[in-house]
Design a binder for this molecule. Structure first.
Ligand SMILES: Cc1cc2nc3c(=O)[nH]c(=O)nc-3n(C[C@H](O)[C@H](O)[C@H](O)COP(=O)(O)OP(=O)(O)OC[C@H]3O[C@@H](n4cnc5c(N)ncnc54)[C@H](O)[C@@H]3O)c2cc1C
Length: 572
C-alpha cells in the first residue's frame, strides 16, 4: 500500500451528527487532534440529530439501568454493552454541559416500559428553553407528544427547542475546539487497513478528487443508519416498503465500509418504528412524523378493518409498528402496509397534521401548510362528506367495510368501551364532517442495525475479535434491540458510544502526556490557520476551518512513527 497521505489526525470521525460530535468532543477533551468528515455540504447539512425531537435519555443508577436496557434488548445486545451505555448515561447531562453544548436540559419523563425492572433508573431530558422559531400566536405540532401546542403571547405554553437547537449546541461546542476540524462535502468511501488488519485511515472524495486521511489512533464510524438505502431496507427490514423521516444522507455507507474490512453485523432487522406519513412529490420521497390525536382517530388495514389498539401510536410510542408487519402469505401481500388513518374536521382544525418544527418540515425539505389545505389539494389527504364517499375516494375495494368499522368505533365511544382496548379518554367519536383519510406506512426515525460492537464501541469481526483501530457509535449499529428503551434513547446512545469510542481509541493516559505538547501544537496550528496555510487537500473554498490545521500532520508524513505522545499504548 502506498504510504502517502493527504492529511492526518489522531482520530478521524466519519459523519457529523450527534455521535460524530460526541466522539470528536471527547477526543478533543483528551488532547487529541480530530478530523470530522461529513458527506453533506455545510449549507445543506441535515443529520438526523438536527431533525430530531432533541430528547435525550440519561440514567441514574448503573445496575438498575443495565437491567432495564437488557430487558428491552430482548437478547440482541450483550449485557456488558448495555452496562457500558448505562454507566455512560449517568453523567450525560453534566457532560453535555461540560463540553459547552449549552442546552439547559430538564427532566421531562422516564422509561417507555415502566413495568420492566429497573425502569426508574431511566430518565428523558429535553431543552427547557422555548424555541425562537415559533412565531407567537401560531399553532405548532410538537414532536412529542403528538398533541398540538398553542403558542400564545400570553406565554402559557411554548414549543420547546428540539433537535435543530440540540445539534446547534453540539456544533457550537465543536467549533470552539481548536483541536477539531470539520470537512463538509467529503464523503468517506473506504477504510484503509494495514497488512495486519488495523484500520489506519480513510479514503474519501472531495471536489471530485480522492483523498487519503491517516488516522493515528482510530477511526470512528458515525454515518447513521441505512434509512435511505432501498437495497438494504428490502434485504434487512421486516417488511417492505418502509420509510424514514430522518436525514436523506444516511444511506448505510458506514455499514458497507465496515463490512469491507471484515465487520460482523448485528440486529439489522431492528428499527425504531411507528406509522408515518409518506408521499412522493415529483419523484422526491417525503416522509413525516404525524400526530393522530386528539381528538378521535381510527386506523384500518387496506380492507377497511381495524386491527389493533391505536393508542400507543397516538402516544408516539413504538409498539404499534409491530402491528403493521403482518404478512398474508395467501395473498402475497402486507394487508397493513399501508394502513389508513381516518379523522374528522375537529382534528383538521387543530393545525398541521405533521411535526412542523422538526423532521422533514423543520429541515426545510418541505413546507407543510398550516391548515393542511395544500396537502389536501395535492391529494395526499382525501376528504369527503361521508365515510362511504371517503372510502371510495381513497380507493377501498369495499367502502361499506369502512363505514361499518367507523360505526362500530363510534358505538364503542358511546358505550365507553373499545373493541381493541383503547383507554376511555381516547374514545372520541368521528362525527364532525367533512371526514379525512391519510395512508400511513411502517417506518420511523431510524434503523438500529449495523456493525457489531462491544462495550468499548470497538467494531467486531464475525469471530468476536475487535478490528483494531475501528469504532462505531450512534444509529450505525446502535445498542437497541427489540424495544426502544425511552424517548431520547437514540441521542443518548450516540453521545455515550461516541465518548466510549474516543476514550478507548485514545487511551486514558493521553491527556496527561499530551497536554503540554498539544497546547504548543495548537498554537502553531492556529497560526497556520490564520495564515490560510492548508497543507494537504484544500476545502471547497480553500478555507481552513478555525483550528483545522492545529494538530494535523503535514501531508505525507504520517505513518512514519508517532508524532508526539510517545509511550501511549495503542489500543484497538
Ligand atoms: C424527526 C425525528 C425525530 C427524532 N427524535 C428523537 C428524539 O427526540 N430523541 C432521540 O433520542 N432520537 C430521536 N430521533 C433519532 C435520532 O435523531 C437519531 O437516531 C440520532 O440523531 C442519530 O445520530 P447519528 O449521529 O448516529 O446520525 P446522524 O445525526 O444522522 O448523523 C450521521 C451523519 O453522517 C453523515 N454521513 C453519512 N454517510 C457519510 C459518509 N459516507 N461520509 C461522511 N459522512 C456521512 C450524514 O450526512 C450525517 O450528517 C429522531 C429522528 C428523527 C428523524
Amino acid at each position: 500500500m502506498a504510504d502517502t497521505w493527504d492529511r492526518s489526525a489522531d482520530l478521524v470521525v466519519i459523519g457529523f451528527g450527534g455521535a460524530g460530535a460526541a466522539a470528536a468532543l471527547a477526543g478533543a477533551e483528551l488532547g487529541a487532534s480530530v478530523l470530522i468528515l461529513e458527506k453533506q455540504p455545510e449549507g445543506r447539512h441535515t443529520p438526523s440529530t438536527s431533525m430530531s425531537g432533541g430528547i435525550v435519555m440519561a440514567t441514574n443508577d448503573v445496575e438498575r439501568a443495565t437491567t432495564y436496557l437488557d430487558r428491552c434488548a430482548g437478547g440482541m445486545i450483550p449485557i456488558e454493552v448495555s452496562r457500558a451505555w448505562a454507566a455512560k448515561g449517568t453523567d450525560l447531562v453534566q457532560w453535555l454541559d461540560k463540553v459547552g453544548a449549552d442546552l439547559a436540559l430538564e427532566r421531562i419523563g422516564g422509561a417507555e416500559h415502566p413495568e420492566f425492572e429497573g425502569s426508574e433508573a431511566i430518565e428523558s431530558w429535553a431543552q427547557s428553553r422555548p424555541s425562537e422559531r415559533v412565531p407567537h400566536g401560531t399553532t405548532v405540532r410538537e414532536h412529542k407528544p403528538g398533541a398540538p401546542t398553542n403558542v400564545s403571547t400570553g406565554g402559557v405554553r411554548h414549543a420547546r427547542r428540539i433537535g435543530l437547537e440540540y445539534f446547534a449546541g453540539l456544533r457550537g461546542a465543536v467549533a470552539m475546539r481548536s483541536e477539531i476540524g470539520v470537512r463538509y462535502e467529503t464523503p468517506a468511501q473506504h477504510l484503509i487497513a494495514d497488512d495486519g488488519g488495523r484500520v489506519i485511515g480513510v479514503e474519501a472524495t472531495q471536489a471530485g478528487r480522492t483523498v487519503r486521511i491517516r488516522a493515528l489512533r482510530g477511526v470512528v464510524l458515525t454515518t447513521g443508519g441505512y434509512e435511505f438505502s432501498d437495497e438494504m431496507k428490502i434485504n434487512y427490514l421486516k417488511a417492505s416498503p418502509m420509510y424514514f423521516y430522518g436525514n436523506p444522507g444516511n444511506t448505510g455507507d458506514g455499514i458497507r465500509m465496515a463490512q469491507e474490512v471484515g465487520a460482523d453485523l448485528w440486529h439489522m432487522n431492528q428499527m425504531v418504528g411507528r406509522a408515518i406519513g409518506h408521499f412522493d412529490l415529483d419523484g422526491q420521497e417525503l416522509n413525516f412524523v404525524i400526530g393522530i390525536h386528539p381528538p378521535g382517530y381510527v386506523i384500518t388495514d387496506r380492507y377497511g378493518r381495524r386491527f389493533a389498539n391505536e393508542y400507543p401510536q397516538a402516544e408516539m410510542k413504538h409498539s404499534f409498528y409491530y402491528e403493521l408487519l403482518r404478512y398474508d402469505a395467501e395473498k402475497n401481500e402486507y394487508p397493513r402496509n399501508p394502513c389508513y388513518w381516518f379523522f374528522d374536521q375537529r382534528h383538521m382544525t387543530n393545525g398541521p397534521l405533521v411535526s412542523s418544527l422538526g423532521g422533514t418540515v423543520g429541515a426545510g425539505y418541505y413546507d407543510w401548510s398550516p391548515d393542511n389545505s395544500r396537502e389536501v389539494a395535492r391529494g395526499w389527504i382525501k376528504q369527503a362528506a361521508s365515510f362511504g364517499a371517503l372510502a371510495a375516494e381513497a380507493g377501498f375495494a369495499d367502502p361499506a367495510e369502512v363505514v361499518h368499522t367507523i360505526e362500530a368505533y363510534n358505538q364503542g365511544c358511546a358505550a365507553g368501551q373499545d373493541a381493541f382496548g383503547r383507554p376511555e379518554s381516547s374514545l372520541i367519536p368521528l362525527d364532525s364532517p367533512p371526514y379525512y383519510c391519510m395512508p400511513l406506512y411502517p417506518g420511523g426515525p431510524n434503523t438500529c442495525g449495523g456493525p457489531r460492537r462491544d462495550e468499548h464501541a470497538r467494531i467486531l469481526t464475525p469471530f468476536g475479535q475487535p478490528i483494531p483501530g475501528l469504532y462505531g457509535a450512534g444509529e450505525l449499529g446502535e445498542a437497541v434491540g427489540m424495544l426502544y428503551p425511552a424517548n431520547g434513547g437514540n441521542l443518548s446512545e450516540s453521545v455515550c458510544f461516541g465518548r466510549l469510542a474516543a476514550e478507548h481509541a485514545l487511551g486514558r493516559v493521553l491527556p496527561l502526556l499530551r497536554r503540554f505538547a498539544g497546547n504548543r501544537r495548537n498554537l502553531q496550528g492556529n497560526t497556520a490557520a490564520r495564515r490560510g496555510v492548508d497543507r494537504g487537500f484544500p476545502g471547497p473554498a480553500g478555507r481552513v476551518p478555525p483550528g483545522f490545521a492545529g494538530g494535523l500532520l503535514p501531508a505525507g508524513s504520517a505513518g512514519r512513527g508517532r508524532r508526539d505522545g510517545g509511550g501511549v499504548p495503542r489500543q484497538g
